[in-house]
Design a protein around this ligand. Structure first.
Ligand code: DHB
Ligand code: FE
Length: 296
């Protein structure tokens, strides 16, 4: 049996009906995408000779893994793929330059405190080194960006994020702040050093990684959104260049230009990192994606 089976009249009629494409009503774009998606799955079933038990195992995994889709998507490279797609679309549209984007990941929480000046991100005790970060947000011509809001979030020294911490030990918004920057676009904060992150042991993502012969580790990292009037909202992160997983991130979030080496001295580590934004070519570019995000 070959994939031509999917081209038979019976299967093609099934696809037309199942996707609603032959109906008057419904969303045209969704009908077309649904048809392509289901047809793609059908071809994979035939190409790999997937039997009924394997098919239901896969459906069971998807059901059981639903809570962790936000983790599975980066783990299988799809969130990074979206970055590659957006980069390529930008290149086609002649938009280039500035700090590279990279994955948001699933662990942002909306509504973090807005703070000004030299900010401390860490509310909870954490017996580890202190990270000091400084830099400036500029535009394409090196001009300081006015009115920027820098969202920062990272894990604690156990690799756990507040709001998602399985130990329940962290207070809301620990290691999460929104820094309101002045007209010079400069920022400065300190916090307790994050450790590398591992996907939850024995959860669906971890199980999948093990079955693929992979690990579920990320290097220590700090996430950012940078938003400012007239500029394109940037989603990015820095990963620590001296972390053992710096070149082996299971979520594919590490990128050239986003791997600074912390300057470690005694019990502190310094990172200087500047952000360069693109100018917004349309008002919609100052928006955030419509992704569903947690709120505390
Ligand atoms: C995942 C976790 C992260 O902290 C992150 O930044 C990206 C992905 C994950 O669990 O898949
Ligand atoms: Fe993260």
């Amino acid at each position: 049996m070959t994939e031509d089976f999917v081209q038979t009249e019976a299967v093609q009629t099934l696809l037309d009906k199942a996707s609603g494409i032959s109906e008057d009503g419904g969303n045209d774009r969704l009908q077309t995408i649904t048809r392509d998606l289901v047809e793609g799955i059908m071809k994979i079933i035939v190409r790999h000779d997937i039997n009924e038990s394997e098919f239901w195992q896969a459906i069971g995994f998807l059901q059981g893994g639903a809570d962790e889709y936000g983790l599975i998507v980066p783990a299988v490279g799809l969130e990074h793929f979206m970055d590659l797609v957006m980069d390529a679309r930008d290149a086609e549209a002649g938009k280039s330059g500035g700090t590279p984007r990279t994955i948001e990941g699933p662990l942002y929480v909306e509504g973090a405190p807005i703070v000004e000046g030299d900010a401390n991100l860490t509310s909870d005790p954490d017996d580890t080194d202190t990270l000091y970060m400084t830099g400036q947000v500029t535009g394409p011509d090196g001009e300081p960006v006015k009115g920027a809001l820098l969202h920062v979030w990272h894990a604690n020294s156990k690799g756990f994020y507040s709001h998602f911490d399985p130990t329940g030990e962290q207070t809301p918004f620990n290691n999460r702040r929104r820094l309101k920057l002045g007209d010079d676009g400069r920022y400065q904060f300190h916090s307790k050093m994050p450790a590398g992150y591992a996907c939850p042991p024995d959860g669906p993502t971890d199980q999948l990684m093990k079955m693929l012969g992979r690990h579920g580790n990320r290097p220590a990292h700090v996430h950012f959104f940078v938003e400012a009037p007239g500029y394109r909202t940037l989603t990015t992160q820095i990963n620590f260049g001296d972390d053992p997983f710096a070149k082996d991130d299971f979520a594919f979030g590490t990128r050239e230009g986003l791997l600074p080496m912390p300057n470690r001295q005694g019990d502190s580590a310094m990172i200087a990192f500047d952000f360069q934004l693109q100018r917004a070519a349309a008002p919609s570019e100052t928006d955030f994606s419509a992704r569903q995000r947690a709120h505390a």
